[in-house]
Design a protein around this ligand. Structure first.
Ligand SMILES: *Cc1c(COP(=O)(O)O)cnc(C)c1O
Length: 377
């Protein structure tokens, strides 16, 4: 059997809760979505939550919620999934990239400062691989310049920063429930916030910008206040999410143990940089195990590693091809190789090893053995 880089964990309990919704009177956004929102909000310590169709919709909804408009500049990292920057473009804003910090893969806060202009409206931080970025310093910059903070926490449900759960470190926090993320709803996402007016805007945005219950005399009355989308999550998905939610802690703990086991197995090897360990300040949710290999000094290529791993039944992955190097971003904004050298170096070196709660010891040993063989022989 092949070993993927990641996969979902589905139990009978998950299946049963979805079936229950299928047998009920309501399928799309209803009581299960309400409950899922309340439970996620409580888990992360936020006041309000809006469930949406996927993590990308969560980012778009967050941008709308905080009022990103044409001409606004938003500072973010090029070392992420395309959706982190695309949501700014959907909103008519301008993406301003700041390179990452080499050790943590997180946005370099010293560089963020240099990118602030009169047009800057927000900063989007990404908790890469589940490791929270430097939210305290980002908050200082945001406060000083009157900016809004958005967290792309697609990787970091279940992570902690200075003793606090990821969820209220930014003004709005976005989660994804794609099958490889901490918990899954198939496709799905959520935005959480403590700000009531941002919450109300985001809730409208999920359903075409439509507001109901505006006039009590006409029970059918509704009005469209903004140009929103259909970003609704279904009750089947919410039931799956609710069922998964009770296992966030155990999912993250298992991931952490597996990650520590990888790090222990590789400490003696050359040409490697292991991912940062958890500290009192930052506790990762271990969405990924991002190993960095100096292929140039090893005198072997990443292509060869991937081909040999595949032959051994191991599917590796790379996170990420920097967004500024994507053909669309090059064509539209004139980016080129060399623009964000730390991200490009990280891309050249990074390999994500298989990491998910159901990865067995025997499977992990196989990955470790293979990696040691590749790195030593
Ligand atoms: C997964 C992911 C997203 C998008 O989430 P989807 O649910 O796939 O739309 C956004 N940002 C990051 C960093 C992600 O990993």
């Amino acid at each position: 059997m092949t070993i993927p880089y990641s996969t979902q964990t589905i139990r009978k309990k998950d299946i049963d809760s979805v079936v229950k919704v299928l047998q009920s009177a309501w399928l799309t956004t209803g009581p299960w979505v309400d409950q899922f929102e309340q439970k996620v909000a409580r888990l992360v310590g936020a006041k309000y939550a809006v469930a949406v169709a996927n993590g990308t919709a969560a980012l778009h909804t967050a941008c709308f919620g905080v009022g990103i408009r044409a001409g606004d500049e938003v500072i973010t990292t090029p070392y992420s999934f395309a959706a982190t920057a695309n949501c700014v473009l959907y909103s008519g804003g301008k993406v301003v990239f700041a390179d990452i910090d080499r050790a943590s893969f997180g946005i370099n806060t010293a560089l963020v400062k240099t990118k602030v202009t009169k047009k800057t409206k927000a900063i989007i931080g990404v908790d890469f691989a589940g490791l929270p970025c430097d939210w305290q310093r980002l908050k200082q910059i945001a406060t000083k310049h009157g900016l809004t903070l958005i967290a792309d926490a697609a990787h970091s449900l279940g992570a902690q920063y200075r003793g606090k759960a990821v969820g209220t470190l930014a003004d709005v926090t976005c989660f994804s429930f794609h099958p490889v993320k901490t918990i899954t709803t198939g496709e799905g996402g959520m935005v959480v916030t403590n700000n009531k007016s941002i919450y109300e805007r985001m809730r409208r945005f999920r359903t075409h910008g439509i507001l109901k219950d505006v006039r009590k005399t006409e029970p059918w009355y509704y009005e469209m206040r903004d140009l929103g989308f259909n970003y609704r999550l279904t009750d089947m998905q919410a039931a799956l999410g609710l069922s998964q939610l009770s296992r966030v802690k155990s999912f993250v703990n298992t991931r952490r143990q597996l990650a520590q086991r990888y790090s222990k197995a590789f400490t003696d090897l050359k040409y490697l940089r292991l991912p940062q360990n958890d500290t009192d300040e930052k506790k990762s949710s271990w969405h990924l195990y991002p190993l960095r290999i100096d292929f140039a000094r090893l005198r072997k290529s990443k292509g060869k590693l991937f081909a040999q791993a595949k032959r051994a039944g191991i599917f590796l992955q790379v996170h990420y091809i920097p967004i500024h190097l994507q053909p669309y971003y090059r064509k539209m904004f004139g980016y080129k190789r060399g623009d964000f050298p730390i991200s490009e170096e990280a891309y050249n070196q990074e390999v994500s090893l298989p990491l998910y709660p159901t990865l067995t010891r025997a499977q992990q040993d196989k990955v470790i053995q293979f990696m040691r063989w590749f790195l030593i022989s």
